[in-house]
Design a protein around this ligand. Structure first.
Ligand SMILES: Nc1ncnc2c1ncn2[C@@H]1O[C@H](COP(=O)(O)OP(=O)(O)OP(=O)(O)O)[C@@H](O)[C@H]1O
Ligand SMILES: [Mg+2]
Length: 242
């Protein structure tokens, strides 16, 4: 469904992506891990060209994302759910309105958008808070709004960039639970960037480890940390036995 070939991106002297290739199939849950600064966000943002890669190719269902016109790119982004590390919610709108916003913007009439928003809020267990403002909710609840907003678009693929990174540890669990339920119940295709090792082992179909802009290790959860070939893989393995 998603293919990335030899993707490269530099910021000045920093090579954020140094030739990354990967293949995500329909319904697959791919988890991307690696130390801070290794290029995970750059990779995931390049997929829908929120960040423009310097070179390489990206295909979505066979269509080149790199070759898309501005108009085609806007349409494509509606098929991709993106959840950010920071919630990017609109303060003056209610929870429900935040989820409806993208739908209405894409031309859906407001009644239909409301039904879709309520459905998405139910999936992240936030129905009771639909009329609250984001700031009245906890960080974990706010991130669940972010996930509902992406879900409401009924995306063909979800890209989640450290959705739990800005949460206090107690709230991390509730967001991980929602993501796990989505992964299991919807069979959506997902690319999830996370530092949560036990979540990755439980939910991923496949895990990719990155370091210095490259993929250094790749495998199924049961095997990836058993005999790691990379330094990063060994570090994660040590974390697990600690
Ligand atoms: N807009 C930017 N301008 C300059 N340098 C950038 C920019 N975005 C990222 N970088 C650099 O590119 C490298 C990769 O950054 P990226 O955000 O992809 O890392 P990451 O793996 O997502 O890290 P983290 O786990 O901390 O989120 C880093 O060295 C970072 O400093
Ligand atoms: Mg990042």
């Amino acid at each position: 469904m998603l293919q990335v070939y030899d993707l490269k991106k530099s910021y000045g002297k920093t090579q954020a992506l140094d030739g990354v290739s990967l293949d995500v199939s329909q319904g697959e849950i791919l988890v991307v891990m690696g130390p801070s600064g290794c290029g995970k966000s750059t990779l995931i943002r390049c997929v829908n060209r929120l960040t423009e890669p310097d070179s390489g190719e990206i295909f979505f269902n066979g269509q080149s994302v790199i070759d898309m016109s501005t108009q085609e790119l806007l349409q494509f982004r509606r098929r991709v759910g993106f959840v950010f590390q920071h919630f990017n919610l609109i303060k003056r709108l209610t929870v429900k309105e935040n989820v409806m916003f993208g739908l209405v913007l894409s031309g859906m009439d407001s009644q239909e958008a409301e039904l879709k928003a309520l459905d998405a809020l139910q999936k992240v267990e936030l129905s009771d808070s639909k009329d609250s403002r984001p700031e009245e909710l906890s960080g974990g609840q706010q991130q669940r709004i972010g996930i509902a907003r992406a879900l409401a678009l009924n995306p063909e693929i979800m890209l989640l960039d450290e959705p739990t990174a800005s949460l206090d540890p107690i709230l991390v669990g509730e967001v991980l639970d929602v993501m796990e339920a989505l992964a299991r119940n919807t069979r959506a295709t997902m690319v999830i960037v996370t530092h949560e090792v036990s979540f990755a082992l439980k939910v991923a179909d496949r895990i990719i480890l990155m370091d210095h802009g490259k993929i250094v290790e790749e495998g199924i959860p049961a095997e990836i940390f058993t005999q790691p070939r990379s330094e990063i893989g060994r570090k994660y393995k040590r974390l697990l036995v600690a």
